[in-house]
Design a binder for this molecule. Structure first.
Ligand code: UTP
Length: 289
């Protein structure tokens, strides 16, 4: 039985340039999908997968995330006075139990691998989950819970993957696959953003990972890779062969909310799932032909 996954890193230190000017003062991870910020979807997915402690790797201008996970005393008092019980409950429900969420700052946005490395002291010797909040995955059970289930069988490293169209492979980390069984694919190699026509498959790495503490040794002093950023893919590549390394073709729908169109689609899809919104949103969409 592998060591259970109790901790998760939520990296939110990126600049979110694709959403400027919205992200000039608003963290990308606070963008709402319908009425809930992306960071809360990530937190809830982690909690549902059995994660007990979260480390949010923030950056300058991301204080709104810390405020979101705290009491809003004045607002809560006002809602209580006005008898707005439902709204009050929604505000209270977004507050984790004390001590469950910690924060550290990535002082320079040097890449996802660097952001993850900033959380190394929090991890110690344990396996850890990494959830990228801008990859929203709607599934039942959640994507990370599915990965934890697979990890219980396999141990080692488990990453989330999905097949993408050939013209999109150069936007992702792409897997060189080995054997496939029950939605699991053995990972024999990884290449970050391969040039068109050179990709080993169409299996793309999506923003959920369960990794071993040994990954942090690879991230230590790692040179920038694709795009001039310190890439997690390069460190993951060095774990191949060191233990089991598999990708899970998760069940559920993934939205790239770091991209404007993906975020818009997530809003439409999630609104259509809400009984109170579906008729109006369907009519609205129909009116655009
Ligand atoms: P992205 O690749 O989407 O980069 O990061 P970005 O900077 O957030 O956005 P764009 O491309 O400029 O629009 C994927 C995830 O990795 C985190 C981001 O916050 C996001 O959750 N990240 C990225 C960091 O924490 N630090 C970094 O240096 C880079």
């Amino acid at each position: 039985m592998p060591v259970p996954v109790r901790k998760a890193i939520l990296p939110v230190g990126g600049l979110g340039t694709r959403f400027l000017p919205a992200t000039k003062s608003l963290p990308k991870e606070m963008l709402p999908v319908v009425d809930k910020p992306l960071i809360q979807y990530a937190f809830e997915e982690g909690r549902a997968a059995g994660i007990e402690q979260f480390m949010v790797v923030t950056g300058r201008g991301k204080q709104a995330i810390e405020d979101h996970f705290d009491h809003a005393v004045e607002l809560q008092d006002t809602l209580a006075r006005r008898g707005r019980a439902t709204a009050l409950q929604l505000v209270r429900d977004s507050v984790p139990v004390p001590g469950q969420v910690s924060y550290t700052r990535q002082q320079d946005p040097l890449g996802l691998g660097h952001a993850v490395w900033c959380a190394r002291h929090f991890i110690g010797d344990e396996p850890v989950a990494i959830i990228l909040p801008d990859d929203l995955i709607i599934g039942e059970p959640g994507c990370l819970a599915q990965m934890v289930e697979a990890y219980r069988e396999t141990g080692g490293t488990v990453i989330a993957a999905m097949e993408v169209p050939a013209e999109q492979v150069s936007s992702y980390g792409i897997i060189t696959p080995g054997w496939t069984r029950d939605g699991l694919v053995e990972v024999r190699g990884l290449v970050e953003k391969p040039a068109a026509g050179t990709a080993p498959s169409r299996l793309a790495v999506i923003g959920r990972y369960i990794v071993q503490a040994s990954l942090f040794a690879h991230l230590e002093g790692q040179e920038p890779g694709a795009g001039g950023e310190i890439q997690i893919t390069d460190a993951l590549t060095r774990e191949i062969g060191a233990g089991p390394f598999n990708a899970l073709l998760f069940e559920g729908r993934r939205f790239d909310c770091g991209d404007r169109t993906g975020w818009l689609e997530a809003n439409i899809a999630c609104a259509l799932q809400r009984a109170d919104m579906r008729p109006a949103v369907s009519a609205l969409l129909a009116s655009y032909g």
